[in-house]
Write a protein that binds this ligand. Structure first.
Ligand SMILES: *Cc1c(COP(=O)(O)O)cnc(C)c1O
Length: 369
């Protein structure tokens, strides 16, 4: 069976974990955590990278750093994983879902401005499949209306937008090292602090609301409770595993891109016949082959193809049920066009909603490693 996902193991993991055991330092922020943080800072060009227990937790930290309060609004695509929304809903935010571009399945930057209100606190662009959103437009809007850009780059590590690493462009970026991502330690993540204003507070929130890190650095002689926070730092054993993965990042990316391109070349015939749609990579984007997906006509065809591939020894899955149509999405969010009912009746607009987010446009993806 060709599996949907095989977590990356490079061979050095056991040795590094053994070293962490010999060091007798298992809790967070030991030498392997530092190595990972430094690796990320070097490769991503961010002011500060901090490993976290997951991307979900990195997003939760971002919600605290953004000072999201009850009733604030955050803008995001509906086509994303649930925790993009949950991290902000936990702080009482209302989620405003914006439509996506059918070619990339990323937030449609031309529709964002209409969704902005005086309550907008942040926008969360999600770089689906490691293919970037149009960040220049998003950054301009954030400057004009004074809100934060928090990148959900869970799938975007080692991918670039106009030469800049995804996750390093907004005020804050979030990565995932879940086992289904390109580099992993089972469960893990990182928060990238690209704006100096958040540097000190990020370390405090991650250390249960204490200034323990400043204490360890010798900057204060006692550590104490100074802010809200939680336990967002991973164990050294996880960091040791992750460091082995990160060291192979370039080679692994090359191999993934090779496989991705092979899928593309071989499926192009079906695309030219009009049977499937294939991913589109904008010219300003260097992607990381996080996944290869095809789009099919409807649910029935999707089920048939998944079954056909399964019968032929290939496991595939499908993505996502749009959040605005989910139970919690209806409770905690709104699809922004609902504000002006008239717009719902414009045929072109209705079509896009149906195509991108409704029943018609169904994704099936299989990862390429
Ligand atoms: C995987 C993923 C997450 C969650 O990552 P965890 O590390 O599992 O918390 C969030 N957003 C997107 C877009 C993802 O793909």
């Amino acid at each position: 069976m060709i599996l949907f996902n095989i977590p990356l193991v490079t061979g050095k993991e056991i040795g590094y974990i053994q070293q962490a055991i010999v060091n007798k330092k298992f809790c967070g922020d030991g030498s392997f955590t530092k190595k990972c943080n430094e690796w990320l800072e070097d490769h991503i060009k961010t002011k500060k990278a901090l490993l976290t227990t997951s991307c979900t937790h990195a997003l939760e930290m971002a919600a605290i750093l953004a000072d999201v309060q009850e009733g604030d609004e955050v803008i995001m695509p509906s086509f994303t994983f649930v925790t993009t929304a949950n991290a902000f809903v936990l702080k009482g935010a209302k989620v405003v879902f914006v439509d996506i571009r059918p070619e990339t399945m990323n937030v449609d930057e031309t529709k964002i401005e209409e969704a902005i209100t005086d309550k907008t606190k942040a926008i969360i662009p999600v770089h689906y499949a490691g293919i970037c959103c149009d960040m220049d437009v998003i950054i301009e809007l954030a400057k004009k209306y004074n809100f934060l850009v928090i990148e959900d780059a869970a799938q975007g590590i080692m991918a670039n937008y106009k030469g800049k690493a995804l996750g390093s462009i907004g005020h804050i970026g979030c990565y995932s090292f879940h086992e289904t991502k390109n580099y992993t330690c089972g469960e893990g993540g990182a928060i990238l602090i690209n704006d100096e204003r958040f540097l000190e507070r990020a370390e405090i929130i991650r250390e249960k609301g204490t200034n323990r890190l400043r204490f360890l650095k010798g900057q204060v002689d006692k550590y104490t409770w100074v802010d809200i926070g939680s336990s967002y730092l991973p164990s050294e054993l996880n960091a040791a595993f992750l460091y082995a993965n990160l060291q192979m990042a370039e080679e692994v990316k090359k191999k993934r891109l090779y496989l991705w391109n092979r899928y593309y070349v071989n499926l192009e015939k079906l695309k030219l016949k009009g049977s499937v749609e294939l991913p589109y990579i904008p010219s300003h984007c260097e992607h990381n082959a996080h996944m290869f997906y095809i789009k099919l006509k409807d649910i029935e065809e999707r089920q048939n193809v998944i079954k056909f591939l399964k019968d032929n020894g290939i496991q595939t899955v499908f993505h996502y049920i749009p959040l605005h149509s989910s139970l919690a999405g209806k409770r905690f969010g709104r699809f922004f066009v609902e504000r002006t009912v008239a717009r719902l009746f414009k045929p072109a607009f209705t079509k896009i909603i149906i195509e991108c987010l409704g029943e018609k446009c169904i994704i099936m993806s299989f990862r390429s490693c």
